[in-house]
Write a protein that binds this ligand. Structure first.
Ligand code: ARG
Length: 461
């Protein structure tokens, strides 16, 4: 087995246990395409600056492309003796080209190489998650159309609070996932910085041209301090954090739908294709997918915690600890991607159980706040109105009536200013129409928000 990095200073072979313990090719092989792209850019820069000949460069590029093809065909053998993906590819190159292959690593270290590869991988991973978030937002937006006539109770403290349009509810999630997309967008300015060319730790005495590599690999900037560049994993933390917040949002949503799809609530029917059965209780239809979305959030948060611990207390510059950044990063990406892939069809295919939802709107005095605000409009101080509505709700409870069925006489006994007009704002549907503040659930405000989001998600505004 070729071991290209074993230097002349060693006169003994590496202990087998060390080989097994230190290898990362079992998981960093995932970076192969970025490693090859980075190596092609590096070789072309070396040729441009005269560090290798044009002919050698052409051979190197061609062999790297062949190696990429071999990996994609599944014919490449990843041996742990090569330690990592960088050495595995370099060893294959040397196997093919001999001394010409031995020139590729000129003015380069695996320290700047791995950071470059991982930044390129993260760039694509960010775009991948962003596209899924966009699809999820579109699924919510579709629901605003489909459920235009549905009113649902909004909760605080998981107690029924006020009525809202179902569309308003869907829009709430569009907002949350938009912030997630913005978080991904904002990490790009720190991510898209090129470390290649900073060498092992101090740069190089060879006349390289980092700008050529930057342009070739599509980075926005060049990392300007060699010590910082090879050790910086902020972009890994940023992406892991962004993924953890997405997982948190998905988890909250999943929890809500688990509750809403119980027999006790009965608001939602989940698509059967996305439910599972019990091995013992034949009647069960279980929301395992939602439970796992909620459960897998713990892994994503655990990964973020691992990464924060990993970089804690590392002295400058590269330390081998940093090799441990990849498993949690990859796992968070895979996990959140899989959760999004399932959330989308569940959002599209779930159905409201309109009768159950309507029944819950009747009870719970969801129009009480609207009644209080109606009194405020009549000139009654808020605290006084708040107290009076509390008394009215007490009265209505005694008689087991909704507020809109409470006789006017009872109303006037508690608040003399009230007259027959009060009934126009009572009941969930009437109450809802009275909302008018920006961002509220009034049909007009919601229609404006839907129009705005339609434009934003189409990419037209
Ligand atoms: N495989 C390592 C990593 O992922 C890169 C190799 C750097 N190793 C070294 N001994 N300088 O971080």
């Amino acid at each position: 087995m070729t071991t290209p990095s074993r230097s002349g200073v060693f006169d003994v072979a590496t202990d087998d246990r060390v080989v097994k313990f230190t290898e990362s090719v079992s998981f960093d092989r995932r970076l192969y395409a970025y490693d090859i792209e980075g190596s092609i850019a590096h070789a072309q820069m070396l040729a441009k600056t005269g560090l290798i000949s044009a002919d050698d460069c052409q051979k190197i590029v061609q062999s790297l492309q062949e190696i990429r093809h071999e990996i994609e065909q599944g014919n490449f053998i990843f041996a742990i003796e090569n330690e990592d993906i960088h050495m595995a590819i370099e060893a294959a190159l040397i196997d093919r080209l001999g001394d010409v292959g031995r020139k590729l690593h000129t003015a380069r270290s695996r320290n700047d190489q791995v950071s470059t590869d991982l930044r390129m991988w993260t760039r694509d991973a960010t775009a991948n998650i962003d596209a899924k978030l966009h699809s999820l937002q579109c699924a919510f937006l579709e629901r605003t159309d489909q459920d235009a006539d549905i009113i649902v109770p909004a909760y605080t403290h998981l107690q029924r609070a006020q009525p809202v349009l179902a569309a308003h509810y869907w829009l709430a999630y569009i907002e949350k996932f938009q912030r997630d997309r913005e978080r991904l967008e904002s990490l790009k300015q720190r991510l898209n910085v090129l470390p290649l060319g900073t060498g092992a730790v101090a740069g190089t005495s060879l006349p390289i041209d980092r700008e050529v590599v930057r342009q070739h690999l599509g980075f926005d900037q060049i990392a300007c301090n060699s010590l910082d560049a090879s050790s910086d994993r902020d972009f890994v933390l940023d992406f892991s954090y962004a993924l953890a917040v997405i997982a948190e949002h998905l988890s909250g949503w999943a929890e809500e739908w688990i509750v809403w799809s119980t027999n006790e609530f009965g608001y939602l029917s989940l698509p059967r294709e996305f439910c599972t059965c019990s091995s013992m209780m034949p009647q069960k239809i279980n929301p395992d997918v939602l439970e796992l979305i909620r459960g897998k959030t713990s892994r994503v948060i655990g990964n973020l915690t691992s990464l924060l611990m990993l970089v804690k207390g590392l002295p400058l510059a590269y330390n081998r600890d940093l090799q441990e950044d990849k498993p949690p990063l990859f796992d968070s990406f895979d996990t959140v991607g899989a959760c999004l892939d399932l959330a989308i069809p569940i959002v599209v295919q779930s159905q409201w159980n309109a009768d159950n939802v309507r029944a819950k709107l009747e009870g719970g005095y969801l129009d009480a706040t609207t009644l209080m605000e109606y009194m405020i409009k009549l000139g009654i101080p808020q605290r006084t109105a708040h107290h009076a509505v509390g008394q009215l709700v007490g009265k209505a409870m005694e008689q087991q009536l909704p507020l809109r069925k409470l006789p006017l006489q009872d109303m006037q006994n508690i608040c003399a200013e009230l007259d027959q007009n009060v009934y126009q704002i009572l009941g969930a549907e009437n109450a809802l129409k009275t909302f008018c503040s920006l961002g509220s659930t009034s049909p007009d405000e919601v229609a404006k928000q839907i129009a705005t989001w339609r434009g934003r998600l189409d990419g037209t505004t």
